[in-house]
Structures are given as C-alpha cells and as structure tokens.
Design a protein around this ligand. Structure first.
Ligand code: EPU
Length: 370
C-alpha cells in the first residue's frame, strides 16, 4: 500500500483542476484496500474513492483519504451457450478494456468506446453512448463496504440502474432510498418495511465488474451518426470492429479529448419532460431536439437547449462552453493556468438559470461536485 501526503490531484481529474488530497492511497489489490481501511492513522479521515477522475469537479482541496483505484486484471471468467462473461478489475482503463474485448472476439461493448475513466467507475453513473448503456451488458460487480470491510456482490437489479444513475449515487437515507422500499413487502405485510435496498453513495468501493456479452451479437446502429456511416460507406453488415472504429471517429469529431482540453464529458443530464411540456416548448421553438420515451415522456437534448441560449464559446475565467458541443464545459487554461472548480460551477449555474428562464427546465449536473 502506497500512502502519499498532500498529493496534487491535477493529473487525476480530467478537468485538470488544481487541488490536493490530504492523503492519497494507491490501491492495487484488495489487500491494499483492506490495509487502508484498517489502518488506524487513516481511520479518522473520510474516504473518497477515485477512479479516472473523469466525472468530477474539485472546488477545493480534499480533506480526505483518497483511495485511488489502480488494480489491474481482465479475464474471460465463464462462457455458456449464450454468452461470454468477462471481468475487469476496477482500476483498468475503460477504453482499453473495451478495445481488448472487441479484439478477443467478444463484442458488445463497442458503442461505449472512448468513454474516459476506469472500469470501477462505469456502473456508478451507468455510462451510456450511441444507443447502449452499461446496464445492457452488465452482469455483476464485487465491492467492499468502506466501514465494515465486508465484501459483497451486486447484480443488475441490486444496482438499480437508471439513466446516468445507480444505487451508488444515492445516500443510504436519501428520499430515493425511501422510494426504493420493497413495495411488495409494504403491501404484503401492510406495514412499513425496512428498505429493500438502500443507497450506497460514499459507502463502498467497487473492486471489479463482470459483463455478460451475448454470443448472438447484433450491432446497435440506431444513433443517427452511425446510420449515416452505414449508408455512406455501404457497409451493410458491419463488424463490431467497424462499429468500434466509427464510435471512436464520432467521439473525436464531437467531443474534446480530455488529454488535450480538460473536460468531464456531458456536464448536464438530458432532461425528461411530459408530452404536454414538450409540445408547449415546440410551439415556441419548433427546432427543439426531442426523443420519445417508452413511458410517453420525452427526453430533450440539453446541448440543444444550452446552444439555443447562445452559450457556445462563452466563459467564466478559464472555464468555457465547448465551441462544438454546448453540453461540454472545458478548461481553456490547460495545465499552466487551469480553471478553478468555482469558475466551472459559476458557469454551470449561469447556464442553468438561462435555460430555466427561457424553457422552464432545470438542468441537472452530471458530474460529482466536491
Ligand atoms: N445539439 C445542439 N447543439 C449543441 C449540442 C447538441 O444543437 O451544442 C444537438 C445535436 O445536434 C443533436 C442533439 O443535440 O441533435 C444531441 O446531441 P448529441 O448527439 O451530441 O448527444 P447528447 O445528447 O448531447 C448524449 C450523452 C453523451 C453520449 C451521446 C451519444 C448525455 C448527458 N450525454 O449526448 O454522453 O456520448 O449522447 O450517445 O446523455 C457523457 O455522458 O459524458 C457523454 C458524452
């Protein structure tokens, strides 16, 4: 176990914001983790689990023991008639893992290529892109409880995945935790039951994730830019490698590479509105980008809403709205004079206010703000 004091976090958050961790422990194995959790000198400090730092806004130094997940390893752990079961340790780089599965001939994750960050962080926000969400390929994960040190395994239902959401984003006593109370338990017993499953935010460390990749592979090509490639290139039966390459190209065209321009991907979630609200906005703004959902509601493109309010290229200090995609906030100061977390949040709040004033919609930030 490597323990570092007053460690700079600039290289460990994809915005490149300057901030320090009081203690940083590099976790390369479960042993490291258990040692850190039982170390008396670290016990007084709150623990914070850090993956690739690609969904994080640091607004100050962390007076915490940062557990930086660096455990490596990936393997095919099982196979049956229908699927391959592939496992990766939490510290593995997500994109490299995806590329490896495609190379091995275990397709299914190709639409999620090039998403920055580590494998262990992917279930937390149920990453998704180009028609696939992590939950579609997820099998189960192993985790360790930060307080008790106990190991446990969760399946997809227990992770309570939603759009950019999971059990790991909600506190144990949150309203959401209450809502998740087993409804059958309530109706069966006719009395208040204990929560069937509670939120786990800040409670646990994901140590490894297993994916179920069906052998009967069907490419997911619903996203417009993918369809365009199929047509333009005349590839009627693309391979997983083709889809992987196209997704990489699309992301390079649309999104800034965090190694070059600091960012955390989409800064806000795409909001959901009722049909009535959607129609009301379209009456005023006919070009509104919207998608029908199965439940009768509509998802709106937050990038379009922000763009319509004229935010592209605008900045607060060194924090700016990306010129090519208004949903992405960037650090335009690079490593030398980076934006601060305060600048990012001031910009984000100004965007929220203007979108609310024009459309009556409250945009919800996607990254964790510390
Ligand atoms: N749009 C604009 N102006 C902009 C940005 C977007 O008009 O400045 C319009 C586009 O023309 C398009 C629509 O908004 O019609 C949607 O844009 P895009 O296809 O780029 O996707 P998105 O909704 O902005 C979501 C995810 C991305 C994911 C893509 C592709 C969220 C919050 N974001 O973005 O995920 O890569 O779809 O599936 O759901 C991330 O989470 O960090 C991320 C990048």
């Amino acid at each position: 176990m490597m323990v570092e004091h007053n460690q700079s976090l600039q290289s460990y958050n994809s915005f490149g914001i300057l901030a320090r961790a009081q203690i940083l422990v590099r976790v390369r194995s479960e042993d490291d983790l258990r040692r850190a959790l039982s170390d008396l000198s670290l016990q007084a400090l709150p623990k914070f689990v850090l993956g690739g730092g690609s969904n994080l806004v640091l607004t100050g130094d962390l007076k915490a023991c940062v557990l930086k997940m660096e455990s490596l390893g990936r393997a095919l752990v099982a196979e049956d008639d229908r699927a391959y079961y592939v496992q990766a340790e939490a510290g593995e780089n997500w994109h490299d893992f995806v590329a490896w599965t495609v190379e091995q001939g275990w397709p299914g994750l190709e639409n999620l290529a090039m998403i920055p960050g580590t494998v262990g962080a992917t279930p937390v926000q149920n990453i998704g892109a180009y028609g696939v969400e992590l939950q579609d390929r997820f099998h189960e994960l192993d985790a360790i409880h930060l307080e008790t040190g106990e190991s446990f395994t969760l399946n997809a239902a227990q992770c309570a995945f939603g759009y950019r959401d999971s059990v790991f984003k909600h506190g144990p006593l949150s309203h959401w935790g209450e809502l998740k109370r087993g409804s059958e338990e309530l109706s069966n017993k006719g009395q208040k039951a204990e929560p069937a499953f509670m939120g786990l935010a800040g409670q646990s460390v994901i140590t490894r994730v297993r994916f179920r990749l069906p052998k009967k592979w069907v490419p997911v090509l619903d996203y417009q830019d993918l369809q365009r490639r199929v047509k333009e290139l005349g590839v009627n039966h693309p391979s997983a490698r083709d889809v992987f390459d196209w997704v990489c190209e699309i992301r390079r065209e649309k999104l800034p590479d965090p190694k070059v321009i600091g960012n955390v991907g989409s800064f806000f979630k795409n909001p959901t509105v009722s049909e009535e609200q959607c129609k009301d906005i379209i009456a005023r703004e006919p070009s509104l980008v919207h998608y029908a959902l199965h439940d009768g509601n509509y998802k709106l493109a937050a990038g379009w809403l922000i763009d319509a309010c004229g935010w592209k290229g605008k900045s607060v200090g060194q924090a700016a709205v990306y010129e090519k995609q208004a949903l992405v906030l960037v650090n335009k100061g690079g490593r030398e004079s980076p934006c601060t977390g305060g600048e990012v949040m001031t910009l984000a709040r100004a965007i929220q206010t203007s979108v609310y004033e024009r459309f009556g919609i409250r945009l919800e930030p996607e990254p964790l703000v510390l």
